[in-house]
Design a protein around this ligand. Structure first.
Ligand SMILES: [Cu+2]
Length: 447
């Protein structure tokens, strides 16, 4: 879908709602090195907008899901249960885990069935998320509400003096656009477009026109693009600077000062907004273009001032770059014709082979067509990669940390450095969920 065709948001005035916060899921049990959760898909009804409730899907609730907290080094057990009348999967987007627990299309959970998942957390602190990845129905299930967050924590999270009081100065923001019809219902079929279902209503954690009240301090926003297809370009209404501190897979080396941030489907970014010099009663808005994403009001004051840590993380740099073979891949097409290297997904075909623990370079070219083509957010399962270059140039500072999803513009070539920590068959695909369902997806076998 070309940029000019993407539906704009309609402002729904007169309704302002306190930002809904996902609950932090209570473990079934937790010991120092072990935690166990139960996660259930279900149908339900949710008050998304004034008037009639909306028929939705959720995890352990009617819309979206809880936050699963886990620590580096912990063994995690998750009992997954499917209470839908259709198959689903439980995919852990951004976790570095073996393919048999990754929840790709190979691992369906049938209606009224449960599946037990066990893995170890072998990665650093990050804001990750989970969502279905069932063959051909991912987009629709996410659209109706199936998505939730994972907070990985570690010693660095404990040590860094960053805002971390949940719902006080540390807020997750799951950004999703939806079409609510005249009866307040989500009608996926009616909204369907193979180039992505875009909505005219912005929801943040399932909240329409959300606001938060905070003190005059530094506030951390964990941004998650949980939309099927829409990119966001986020900025503050007064053009104030903010600081990105984390990308998809962990903290950046240093806070990156910026005034605008693009977030593609699947991507996460943690930012710090500095409200220390704002007086009581002041408001500031996080915007996507002309649309208010979140209204932030300063209510209550504090004298505590915090310097942001200068050093957040150490991202290892590979010593040599020229000895590795470059594996090339081409994204192409639109609508039902989208492809990777001219092919659409076939579960019985392996498209790429890699070796566990060895560094590989993937060069991904997004071929434009006569109409110009479109940007694709490219996601790889089972690892966190690094972006080496965009059209031969070093990526911007906020893209120099760990990533699992990268937006590739039409005509652009992006080089990634990857290392799969686990063996098995992993997906790579466009994270426009309708493109993924149509078949813009391949399989890499890691031996
Ligand atoms: Cu795509």
């Amino acid at each position: 879908m070309h940029h000019t065709d993407i539906p704009r948001f309609e402002e729904i005035k007169g309704e302002s709602n306190k930002l809904k916060l996902p609950e932090i899921l209570e473990p079934d049990f937790e010991r120092e090195n072990e935690v166990s959760y139960t996660l259930k898909t279900q149908r339900g009804e949710t008050q998304l907008k004034e008037g009639r409730k909306t028929a939705t899907m959720g995890y352990n609730g009617s819309y979206l899901g809880p936050i699963l907290k886990m620590r580096k080094g912990q063994t995690v057990h998750i009992k997954t249960e499917n209470n839908l009348s259709e198959e689903t999967t439980f995919h852990w987007h951004g976790l570095k885990i073996p393919s048999d627990v990754d929840g790709g299309p190979h691992s369906p959970v049938e209606p009224n069935q449960t599946a037990q998942i066990d893995f170890e957390v072998n990665q650093e602190a990050a804001t990750l998320w989970f969502h279905p990845h069932a063959l051909g129905t991912t987009a629709e299930q996410v659209y109706y509400g199936l998505a939730g967050l994972i907070y990985v924590e570690d010693e660095q999270t404990d040590r860094l003096d960053l805002p971390k009081e949940y719902g006080v100065n540390d807020f997750p923001l799951i950004l999703q656009d939806r079409n609510l019809d005249e009866n307040n219902q989500l009608d996926y079929e009616r909204s369907y477009n193979p180039d992505g279902v875009y909505g005219n209503t912005l929801l943040v954690n399932g909240t329409l026109n959300p606001y938060v009240e905070v003190k005059n301090e530094k506030v951390r926003l964990r941004l998650v693009n949980g939309s099927n297809a829409r990119n966001y370009q986020l900025a503050l209404n007064n053009q104030a600077r903010f600081y990105q501190i984390a990308s998809d897979g962990g903290f950046l080396e240093e806070p990156v000062e910026m005034t605008s941030l693009v977030l593609a489907p699947g991507e996460r970014a943690e930012i710090i907004i500095d409200l220390e010099d704002y007086p009581e009663g002041e408001t500031i808005q996080l915007m996507d273009g002309e649309t208010t994403v979140l209204d932030i009001g300063v209510k209550g004051t504090t004298d505590v001032k915090k310097e942001l840590p200068r050093k957040l993380n150490t991202i290892p740099v590979r010593e040599t770059s020229d000895s590795l073979p470059v594996k090339k891949m081409t994204l192409a097409g639109m609508g039902y014709m989208v492809s990777i290297d001219g092919k659409q997904f076939d579960m019985n075909r392996i498209d790429m082979e890699e070796t566990q623990g060895e560094t590989a370079i993937w060069e991904i070219y997004n071929a434009p067509d006569m109409m110009g083509g479109m940007a694709h957010p490219f996601h790889v399962h089972g690892l966190q990669f690094k972006i080496i270059s965009r059209d031969g140039k070093t990526p911007p500072l906020n893209e120099q940390g760990w990533k699992d999803t990268v937006l590739i513009e039409a005509g652009e070539t992006v080089q990634l450095e990857l290392e799969f920590p686990e063996k098995g068959i992993f997906m790579y695909h466009c994270h426009i969920l309708e493109h993924e369902d149509v078949g813009m997806m391949g399989q890499v076998e890691v031996k």
